[in-house]
Design a protein around this ligand. Sequence first.
Ligand SMILES: NC(=O)c1ccc[n+]([C@@H]2O[C@H](COP(=O)([O-])OP(=O)(O)OC[C@H]3O[C@@H](n4cnc5c(N)ncnc54)[C@H](OP(=O)(O)O)[C@@H]3O)[C@@H](O)[C@H]2O)c1
Length: 184
Amino acid sequence: MKISVYIATSLDGFIARKNGDLDWLPGSDGQGDHSEDYGYAKFIETIDMLVMGRNTFEKVLLFGQWPYGDRRCVVLTSRDLTIPENMAAHALARNAQPKELISELEEMGVQRVWLDGGKTIQHFLREGWVDELIITRVPVLIGNGIPLFGHTLNDINLQHIETVSFESGFVQSRYAFVRKPEVN
Ligand SMILES: NC(=O)c1ccc[n+]([C@@H]2O[C@H](COP(=O)([O-])OP(=O)(O)OC[C@H]3O[C@@H](n4cnc5c(N)ncnc54)[C@H](OP(=O)(O)O)[C@@H]3O)[C@@H](O)[C@H]2O)c1
């Protein structure tokens, strides 16, 4: 199973403002020019399961409809979660540690996971479960917000695979992780 992060950040490393706003991220409101998708369509085509933190899922709920086609999603939360009827077939809530969740997904035959949400990504990174990071940096400094990265127990070594730049000024880098523990 391969676990990928595909996420946009401000140049100073934030994925949202403190209050969760994405107004600094062009296109996040569904408006504007969609001729460039920054590899999204190609990426999501490879994904058979999303795993996201509750805070990110609460943002997805604001879309009003399921934005990921027929793909399912595990929502990590330690609290009760009400999933609206029109999304109930796609999303299931879990209160699980990364290792436990990964074993469960492997048993379900999941092969490609999109991992999303700042705290959630940090947790999986700390425990060495992320295989690939695709980060699209937006040329804006927002000064404060929800960070993509945080505290780590040890240095985490990455291998740079490629970086591409777009006319919009977005710069996308792909990294692979150098090591990963085995699931017992
Ligand atoms: N720029 C982008 O591309 C992008 C992408 C994704 C998200 N975002 C933004 O990022 C913000 C959300 O990120 P975030 O860092 O606040 O949080 P997050 O990772 O989406 O959610 C964190 C929450 O998920 C739950 N959780 C995570 N791991 C868990 C585990 N192993 N077991 C049980 N519960 C677990 C906890 O909720 P409880 O303990 O409270 O249940 C935790 O507080 C939103 O504003 C969203 O719009 C931006």
